[in-house]
Design a protein. Structure first.
Length: 365
């Protein structure tokens, strides 16, 4: 069985972690200065490196070479890499969230590490702990033994009790930029000797939502369904992921600008009849109009000057021409209409109805 790419290329040193330099630099400084905290809180969106960084910290503090970076050669590092280190305890609070699990943890923490200097506890999705379990954990965090290090990871820090947050050093992981994700994917495809279009990699990065793990999973999916003997193209990925071509969205916006209500509704239903998903279509439309609003506000003259990404020069010029026909307030109102339609689609009995109603409102107004 082949390893998934996100596991095969999981960073083995702090230096390999993408886009979180503000965190890895602080942690390596703490290791170098021997000022390790007893509790850390890693927060941020999924797939941005929280658990990976937690494991790297566990490696580094227990590495037999005592360097800033884990050596990945000593027995301790190898055991953590393989997932069988007895002094690294990982708990998924999504499925082990009760008081009994935390009581077991509190009993186990009393014992010194079996092989290592520190016993490290990684609690993933820690915001899902029950109130009783969180309060029990708080007692341990207030008076932890010297050999214990806690690393709590969460995507929703606002749901954690403030007293636990106050006991931890907090690090906020950020969403990764499209260029950062694309560079990572390029490195992987080079190592795997995969022939893939640059535009295809950018399309994957665009649809990863700032998550390295999601981007690597999409790439894995693409490789599974594509003929790797031929060059993988952006169109292959659009078909696989059901992504709506930006040119189709641009043509639809032209109909809106010309206030052709009937043609716009017909155009949408023709796309849906060809297998396009109404939510994906509206999502692509909202993203396109958002780019237009940013372009309108920043008044960038060229693609190089703008902060938006994911457009070719031709697509940029097309969008620029379209938004020149609208005032900033008009564009903002249109974007808000379609954003509301996107939200209403989740509950609509006829999926495309909110989109059709938005079209009528926009064209008639």
């Amino acid at each position: 069985m082949s390893l998934a790419l996100y596991r095969k290329y999981r960073p083995e040193t702090f230096d390999e972690v993408v886009g979180q330099d503000h965190i890895t630099q602080t942690l390596t400084n703490a290791i170098e200065q021997d000022s390790i905290s007893h509790a850390y809180l890693f927060t941020g969106p999924r797939g941005t490196g929280k658990t990976t960084t937690a494991r790297l910290l566990a490696k580094a503090v227990n590495c037999e070479e005592k360097g800033v970076e884990p050596c990945n050669e000593c027995e301790s590092c190898k055991e953590i890499t393989k997932g069988n280190a007895v002094d690294l305890i990982e708990i998924d609070a999504a499925s082990h969230r009760g008081i009994d699990e935390i009581r077991e943890l509190r009993e186990g923490i009393k014992f010194s590490p079996t092989k290592s200097q520190y016993k490290v506890f990684i609690i993933d999705e820690s915001h899902q702990l029950t109130k009783a379990a969180a309060n029990a954990l708080l007692k341990t965090l207030e008076e932890p033994p010297e050999h214990a290090i806690f690393i709590l990871a969460t995507t929703e820090p606002q749901k954690m009790i403030p007293t636990i947050v106050s006991r931890c050093q907090r690090f906020d992981f950020r969403r990764l930029t499209i260029p950062e994700i694309k560079n990572r994917l390029t490195s992987i495809t080079d190592q795997e000797e995969i022939d893939i279009e640059d535009a295809a990699l950018e399309l994957i990065a665009l649809n990863a939502g700032g998550s390295i793990r999601d981007a690597e999973s999409i790439l894995d999916q693409v490789l599974t369904f594509s003929n790797t003997d031929e060059k993988i193209k952006a169109d292959d990925i659009k078909d696989l992921l059901g992504i709506v071509d930006i040119n189709l969205v641009a043509d639809f916006v032209d109909l809106l600008l010309e206030e052709k209500t009937a043609q716009a509704i017909k155009y949408v239903n023709e796309l849906l009849g060809k297998g396009k998903d109404s939510e994906e279509l509206t999502k692509a439309l909202v993203d396109y109009l958002r780019k237009g609003l940013i372009l309108k506000v920043t008044d960038a003259e060229s693609r190089g000057e703008s902060t938006i990404s994911g457009l070719t020069d031709e697509e940029f010029e097309k969008l620029k021409g379209q938004i020149s026909q609208l005032e900033k307030e008009e564009l903002s109102d249109i974007l808000e209409e379609f954003s509301e339609a996107q939200e209403k689609m989740k509950y609509a009995s006829i999926p495309q109805l909110p989109l059709e109603l938005a079209i009528v409102d926009i064209c008639e107004e």
